[in-house]
Design a protein around this ligand. Structure first.
Ligand code: 0X9
Ligand code: CA
Ligand code: CA
Ligand code: CA
Ligand code: ZN
Length: 313
């Protein structure tokens, strides 16, 4: 469980209960299914929010993913904020109602439940980042954000050392959490057309809005034209104006390969961003803001989320 005083954060079981309650209270617009299972066998819940939720309508599909890094607990709260806002606000909040009617919103609150549960084991924060898959050398964990299949291991942006914090895994998609995510996103290609148009993957921390590519410092390169780059830059800057974060190309932070955003864009041409949430700086404690900060730092992203939903059209 979370340490005393931080019980406002949701454990895995509490997250599952929360999304089921949202679907129970708003069954006409909310359903819960699954993208697959974690290494330790935990279900990876998938929430869909839209009018006529049981029907696959021809509406732009938008995805929000959270908590792929275990200790980034504030991001799971961000996904729950999105679920609660678009369900509770339907029929009363005009903006919310417009998006629920005109989009199909998908939310994956935790891409790394094994790591997140390990991080709070013993009622103390463990500073854990990776998943909980054992490695050949006896160490534990693959960095989920280095294991995606687009240009995996290409560019020195991940480690091949199993004990490293940025271990890329023995092969692309070797982490079950990554395989599940990739398979589900790929399943949204219907009649040759990817239905998902936009995506945010929430991380913490540094208060940044980041866009592809991460594997190269180049703006224009194989898989990214000048016009495409300019669109990323303009939507990213508009979202950063909305939440007060700093906008940049992902490689401006540092080079990564095998990250989710490069795969979403490189493989599927999905307008895919990484948000690094509150706080703007700090040490290890930056991963663990007190639960009193949850409401302010998640509602802070409401208008940026709405910017993405608008541009998804
Ligand atoms: O390193 C990561 O996976 C992300 N940062 S975190 O501190 N949450 O681990 C940033 C990924 C963004 N992509 C690049 N910087 N290329
Ligand atoms: Ca507290
Ligand atoms: Ca619909
Ligand atoms: Ca659809
Ligand atoms: Zn992260």
């Amino acid at each position: 469980d979370f340490p005393a005083g931080d019980e406002g954060y949701h454990t895995y079981d509490e997250m599952v209960a929360e999304v089921r309650a949202a679907a129970g209270d708003h069954a006409d617009i909310t359903s819960v299914s699954s993208i697959g299972s974690s290494f330790e066998g935990r279900d990876l819940p998938l929430v869909k929010i839209s009018d006529n939720v049981g029907v696959d309508e021809d509406e732009p599909e938008v995805v929000f993913t959270c908590n792929m890094h275990a200790r980034e607990h504030l991001t799971l709260e961000m996904c729950l904020r999105i679920v609660n806002r678009f369900t509770d606000g339907y029929g009363t909040d005009e903006t919310v109602t417009g998006f629920v009617d005109g989009r199909e919103i998908w939310v994956v609150p935790s891409l790394n439940p094994d790591g997140a549960e390990f991080d709070i084991s013993g009622g103390e924060y463990q500073g854990w980042r990776k998943n909980r898959q054992p490695n050949s050398d006896g160490s534990v964990g693959t960095d989920i954000n280095r294991n995606f299949s687009y240009k995996w291991g290409c560019c020195g942006g991940a480690s091949d050392s199993p004990s490293a914090e940025t271990y890329r895994g023995p092969s692309a998609g070797s982490a079950p959490e990554v395989a599940s995510a990739q398979e589900w996103v790929s399943s949204r290609v219907i009649d040759g057309e990817q239905q998902i148009t936009a995506h945010i993957d929430f991380h913490s921390f540094s208060e940044l809005v980041l866009w592809p590519f991460g594997h190269t410092y180049d703006t224009v390169t194989e898989g990214m034209t000048q016009e495409e780059y300019d669109r990323f830059s303009s939507v990213g800057t508009e979202m950063a104006d909305a939440n007060g974060y700093t906008p940049d190309q992902a490689s401006g932070l540092y080079i990564t390969d095998g990250d989710i955003n490069d795969w979403m864009w490189g493989e599927h041409k999905i307008l895919s961003f990484c948000f690094e949430m509150y706080p703007s700086g700090g040490g290890l404690d930056g991963f663990y803001p007190p639960d009193e900060d949850i409401v302010e730092q998640t509602t802070r992203n409401d208008s940026a989320v709405d910017v993405l939903l608008t541009h998804a059209g």
